[in-house]
Design a protein around this ligand. Structure first.
Ligand SMILES: Nc1ncnc2c1ncn2[C@@H]1O[C@H](COP(=O)(O)OP(=O)(O)OP(=O)(O)O)[C@@H](O)[C@H]1O
Length: 353
């Protein structure tokens, strides 16, 4: 059997990146510090996966472990079935042909033309000249910059530079693209242009995309799943809608608060209480709790009036999430009964000042 046939008959694993108990420690003086602390995570083939966290959470270190630029202190890490952890530099170089990377500051060579920047990894990989030329042309067309082949990076806008970065990263046909804060240096309009291109990379070329960011908007507009990192650990992981609609950890709640107004803070609660004499509760809205409308429509029959006094709603993946603060007015026993009933269809919190 030829090796090609043997390769084709092997089932392709659905796991693109697998980390098992991966830790990366740095030593500064006598102190040891875990920048990545016992992370286990599987990124599936073909998905767009986001890693979000505040500065210092360990995101960049995690990405550098995935492409073998940092060595793991312990744990195992594989990319597309190849072991990365514990490998020699020569094996890592080979593995990196299968991993593209784009950066916040684009990292283009300013003394070379756009075409020469995109060609560079092909030269390193030993492609002959005719094949390189054809591939550069193909990649520049894919990112919509065929007319800029002879321009220099300094003559391009930030968004165009990042598109060159993407063309260069994809030139050698990797199966994985790592995007480390790839839109953080861009304005909102250019950001959405670059994110659309990353979606196209994923949808049309089938490339798995890992996006590192500290911006929740980037996660909501592009990712299928998200991991939230804090102090080197993955503290929350799930489908983007599930994490946005019901964040479990304080850090995830802080990120979600940047996209939709959260339940009133203590100060806001005091201010709401001063203006409203009824009983104030905050209810969570998700696509799963469609019974809320039914309960609210019965309130009049239960002798309870309600006003919506605050709230925030957003739509993600075609589904709503957010929360509403309600003022309930009526006899204490009736209000209590209504709160209990709401509690059967959604999460209800008393608004306390
Ligand atoms: N080479 C190194 N030596 C010592 N400490 C390091 C090294 N690289 C990273 N760290 C530390 O590890 C922690 C995580 O850094 P990392 O850059 O991975 O975080 P991050 O989430 O990507 O943050 P940022 O967005 O600011 O880059 C930080 O406290 C950082 O100072």
């Amino acid at each position: 059997m030829s090796s090609e046939i043997a390769k084709a008959s092997q089932p392709v694993s659905q796991d693109m990146v697998v980390l098992e108990n991966v830790t990366k420690e740095f030593k500064t003086g006598k102190k040891t510090f875990a920048a990545v602390d016992d992370v286990s995570l599987t990124i599936k083939r073909g998905e767009i996966f986001a890693i979000i966290g505040y500065s210092g959470a360990g995101k960049s270190t995690l990405v550098r472990l995935i492409n073998g630029l940092e060595t793991t202190t312990s744990g195992t890490l594989t990319v597309d079935g190849r072991t990365i952890s514990g490998q020699r530099e020569s094996a890592l170089r080979e593995a990196r042909h299968n991993i593209g990377m784009i950066f916040q500051q684009f990292n283009l060579m300013n003394s070379r033309t756009v075409a020469s920047n995109v060609e560079f990894p092909l030269k390193v990989a030993g492609w002959d000249k005719a094949k390189r030329r054809a591939r550069v042309q193909e990649m520049l067309e894919f990112v919509g910059l065929a007319d800029k082949a002879k321009s220099y990076p300094d003559q391009l806008s930030g968004g165009q530079k990042q598109r060159v970065g993407i063309a260069r990263a994809l030139a050698t046909s990797p199966s994985l693209l790592l995007a480390d804060e790839s839109t953080s240096a861009l304005d909102p309009e250019t950001t959405s242009e670059v994110l659309s291109l990353l979606k196209k990379v994923n949808a049309e070329l089938g490339i798995t995309v890992v996006v590192i960011t500290h911006e929740m908007d980037v996660v909501s507009s592009i990712a299928d799943r998200v991991a939230v990192m804090e102090k080197g650990r993955v503290v929350e992981l799930g489908n983007v809608y599930d994490v946005f609609s019901a964040p479990q950890t304080e850090v995830a709640q802080r990120f979600v608060a940047t996209t939709v107004k959260q339940a009133p803070s203590k100060d806001e609660a005091a201010e709401l209480k001063a203006r409203h004499r009824g009983y104030l509760v905050n209810i969570e809205i998700t696509e799963g709790n469609q019974g809320i409308g039914k309960v609210l429509s019965y309130l009049g029959n239960r002798g309870v009036q309600f006003n919506i006094v605050q709230g925030g709603l957003e739509t993600l993946q075609g589904k709503s999430y957010g929360n509403l603060t309600l003022e309930l007015i009526g006899e204490v026993t009736s209000v209590d009964a209504v709160i209990a009933e709401l509690g059967t269809v959604t999460r209800v919190k008393e608004v306390r000042s």
